[in-house]
Write a protein that binds this ligand. Sequence first.
Ligand SMILES: [Zn+2]
Length: 144
Amino acid sequence: MDFKSREAYEKMIEEAYKVIPETGYKQVSARFNPPTVRIFYQGKNKTVILNFKEIAEYLNRDPNMMRKFLSLELAAPSSPSNGRLILHTRVDETTLQNTINYFIKRYVRCPVCGGYDTTLKKIGKNFLMKCEICGAESPTPPIK
Ligand SMILES: [Zn+2]
């Protein structure tokens, strides 16, 4: 690479960084702070999510949809109980938090702008995610 094209290349990189709305993204991330999962174990094979309702409300998602997702991902039946969720398996806090984070990544976070101000619309078996920030509509995988 000669000096001239290298200079052009660096300038291009510089320009590219200017285009990325870094501060906007940071503000969104700072505002988005869902409650950390709180659990306790009931007997040997049950895990109770104490703040399940709180998390679903924060994410603005149907608790039943979230329940189905968790059941599917953790391969365990579940039953709602007064704002709590009982998973019929023993799962540690980290795994559970990671599964919820995965749900957020798939069904809450806008894949276009990275914002979390989204709503889900059910179309048949699929969901369409509508972003309130950038207006993008993105299809999301169905929960079977
Ligand atoms: Zn968006």
